[in-house]
Ligand binder design. Structure first.
Ligand code: ASP
Length: 464
């Protein structure tokens, strides 16, 4: 896959174009900077650094304010609006992002060309994602990150207390009776369901023998991918404001909890990394050994160039050329398998992101005093698995999908809510979490390519 020219991103290149959109956004903004001083400095500094600066300054400022309750109150009242604005902007884009990225994702897999390799690949992706979320939930129940933090939000407003409906109702509610109503209300599961059904139908239509219908479907597909790209362009713009939002929201956390708040942040990161390692060993190691009778150690050694590239770039799409080279040259996956499994994997197979979503949802539940019950965890299982499918393989995409998972379990991230404050804590350390999850995403794609090739008896085993 190649980059499209700036003005024309063809649909098949969507993920690269998303990354492109984000980069262009930043360089475009930097070019248009005529003002000097703070604004000029602000846009010149790399976004990640700015978010980190926001996090550190917010923590220091919050600790200082913690010693002066009256000053803290004035700070919260006068700056809270910036935190609220950031949260509102993010929420604004959640529904269109899910809708268009899931439709585009589902519609880009051609049913006519799926065949046995395609079906095996998709089955492998699905099963490993479910295992990943199960491991994440089990770990989060054991470690309980965020427990007793008692985050109360800047306006001392808690998210609505979670009253989960029975399981049968949760499952039934996935099917919307009126998709427009679900979209208007932001009901996540019905939106996902509708988007997938729509996307799959569109994929069949694009493959249709009726030339007129296929051409119309192609045009609709292009429109949907253009909408998805536009939404990611908007995300790029909103993220320019993230350092300010993170600064305000983190200052509030530290004003309330003091330096004690660092511990839970490190603890949630540790829980997630333990999840990554366990999934690597149990999920991929288990599949490689039990299904393919291949050495897990050899796999890890062979995969490390691509895994490390993913860790550093935080982009599955950006790593794709390395992933393909490593899979073919070091692991012996034939081009016939790698050319389907790896590009599709970079778009829809995100086990690391699934683990991240599940652990973060549990953390936010614990931190805001609303631990997720069994049915809510089951909902997380469904939404995290599907949200991972809809996550674009670009840096930081998972953090938007987290909003949708939280919404599905009644932990809404609304202005002034405890959820918003806990969410800001996650954004503050997102780069660290993104490195690990992208590394897992890419490693999972390679394991899939190897396992499918072996089962098709086309793997070059002389390389093992
Ligand atoms: N950065 C991840 C990837 O490219 C996606 C995410 O943010 O979860 O795979």
């Amino acid at each position: 896959m190649r980059h499209g020219s700036p003005g024309r991103c063809v649909p098949q290149q969507q993920p690269q174009c998303l990354a492109y959109a984000l980069n262009v956004q930043e360089s475009h903004m930097s070019r248009n900077r005529e003002s000097s001083g703070f604004l000029s400095w602000y846009f010149r500094v790399n976004l990640l650094k700015r978010i980190l600066i926001g996090l550190v300054l917010g923590a220091v400022c919050g600790c200082v304010l913690g010693a002066a309750p009256e000053a803290a109150r004035v700070f919260i009242v006068s700056t809270g609006i910036f935190g609220d604005l950031f949260i509102r902007l993010l929420k604004m884009i959640v529904v269109p992002v899910i809708l268009f990225s899931l439709i585009t994702g589902a519609a880009s897999i051609s049913p006519g060309r799926l065949g046995r390799v395609g079906l095996k690949t998709l089955a492998y992706y699905f099963v490993t994602s479910v295992i990943a979320v199960a491991i994440a939930l089990a770990l989060a129940n054991i470690f309980q990150p965020g427990l007793n933090m008692g985050i109360i939000g800047d306006a001392a407003v808690k998210g609505t207390s979670a009253k989960a409906p029975p399981l049968s109702q949760i499952l039934l509610d996935i099917v919307p009776t009126n998709p427009a109503e679900s979209l208007a209300r932001g009901d996540v599961l019905p939106i996902i369901f509708f988007a997938l059904v729509f996307g799959i139908a569109l994929a069949f239509l694009r493959d249709s023998k009726d030339g007129k219908a296929a051409a119309a479907a192609d045009r609709l597909f292009e429109l949907c991918s253009a909408c998805a790209e536009t939404m990611y362009k908007v995300v790029g713009g909103i993220m320019q404001f993230a350092p300010v939002g993170v600064f305000v929201l983190i200052a509030i956390v530290f004003a309330q909890h003091g330096p004690k708040a660092v511990g839970p942040l490190l603890y949630v990161a540790m829980t997630m990394y333990v999840g990554f390692v366990l999934h690597l060993v149990i999920g991929y190691g288990g599949f490689l050994r039990l299904v393919s009778n291949l050495s897990f150690i050899k796999f890890v050694k062979g995969a490390n160039a691509a895994s490390l590239t993913a860790f550093v770039t935080r982009s599955s799409n950006g790593t794709l050329p390395v992933t393909m080279r490593v899979s073919e040259e070091i692991m012996g996956v034939p081009r016939s398998v790698s050319s389907f499994t790896l590009p599709v994997g970079a778009t829809v197979n995100m086990d690391g992101t699934a683990i991240y979503l599940a652990v973060c949802a549990m953390f936010i539940g614990f931190a805001t005093g609303q631990p997720l019950n069994f049915n809510q965890q089951l909902t997380v299982m469904i939404t995290a698995t599907l949200a991972a499918v809809g996550t674009a393989g670009v840096p930081g995409a998972g953090v938007i999908m987290l909003l949708m998972v939280l919404e599905s379990v009644d932990l809404p991230v609304t202005e002034g809510s405890a959820g918003a404050v806990a969410y800001a804590m996650i954004i503050g350390i997102d780069a660290l979490l993104d490195m690990g999850r992208t590394c897992m995403n890419v490693t999972g794609d390679m394991a899939g390519a190897v396992i499918v090739s072996k089962s098709e008896r086309v793997l070059d085993e002389s390389k093992w």
